[in-house]
Design a protein around this ligand. Sequence first.
Ligand code: FRU
Length: 487
Amino acid sequence: MSEKVLKEAIEKAQREIDKMKNVTSEGVHRQKYHFMAQTGWINDPNGLIFYKGKYHFFYQYNPYGSFWDYMHWGHAVSDDMLSWEYLPVALAPSEDYDNHPKGGCFSGSAVVHDDKLWLIYTGTAYDGKGYVQTQNAAYSEDGITFKKYEGNPLIKAPEGVPGDLFRDPYVWKHGDSFYMVLGAGRNGMAQALLYRSENLTKWEFVNVLAQSRGEWGFMWECPSLFELDGKYVLSVSPMGAGERTCVYMVGDFSYETGIFVPQYTGEIDWGFHYYAPQPFKDEKGRTIMAAWANCWDWMPFFKDWGPTYKENWCGFYNIPRVVTLNEDMTLSMKPIEEIEAARHDGKVQENISVKDSLDIVKGYCYDAEMEIDLDRTDAESFTLILRRDGCFKTAVTYDLKAQEIRFDLTDSDGWSSGVARAPLYLEDSTKLDIRILSDRSSIELFNDEYRTNMSCNVYTVGEDEDNLLKVEKGQVYISSLRAYQLG
Ligand code: FRU
């Protein structure tokens, strides 16, 4: 019976997608090389995995409109994470434990077991008052059609954890066991809970892996734990921690105690539009992170979700990034090298002293990298004027004196607003590296060897924008500038 309900729900969603996808594809704000759904709303990346020779991205998905609602899991596969083939919707609400009319199948992750692809996700049920979140499983023999596990729900909220603060399972295998980290809140403090299983269906609670003492909010959405060069990284998307909405902690973790001890804390991205990142390891051994390039209405800098809803869609993912650990315990997050193969029409300039302004590149779809020689720079600040078109422009100021980057969206597109800020650590530096990845509806900035990154959505309709570097006083010395068209 329930298999039938699921099948019908998926077929209905597919009919809606087929009806809308051609009109949606005409949208002038559609991205050229970032991951999007064919139509409808998307948020968090779910179940990212390299499986049977392909990258699989699942995603929080509402195929019925361009705003968040009744959550499904969309599904797409790719060879390079730049161009995508869409597969049928993988999960749709169909059971008592996952069919809350304002909920559905919430975020989760994917893992291979017994030659099957398993999706472990949060179901949201309605109990007459609010949300009841539980952890559930679905599995597939072919990686395309999924069956919900008959014994769902697998895990219910423990004592003291409210039913609506218990979600987003991230599962991985270690030795012969599976582990799960879950986002939760207890007594007003965010927690990451650790569970263990031998078979993915019977789970035991291990420990509170880590928790906020007040500084990191009341709930951690979409937590993940992964190993990098002998250290462990806990990444969380905190609710209630002000503008800090995607945090990483580097530290030590013991499988025996189930406790993570943080030693260094950083921000994965300082822009307005980067949330709920999920990491996975690919066959090349890379740890790759993809995130939802948008924000929620509870965030202090939220304005709205942008103008794309008029084109029947909303949401895309930031360019996937390869995560590496530096000696100082910071993380670097560099866009996947696949993007470099998509570059064309490159222009290289070297040893330029800029006293007024310098053209970087033309257009809206590009990849530009520059290195600034700080020893030969005496300006106290300079500004990247990006995507200037008529009265529109996005201004990114590098304040070398105050050691801060200010990403100003005030005049970007007649839609966006606000100034995103990030710290610059320049004390002993002799150079500053900057990379700009621009697409039709986004600008991603990478600085300081990919340690300090900022993603903001900027909506373009023009084709021929100017992008330049401007100096008001003094000089900026650029040792190299390489700019390429993309898409
Ligand atoms: C994070 C989140 C998750 C939840 C999902 C619902 O963006 O709120 O905690 O599972 O989105 O779509």
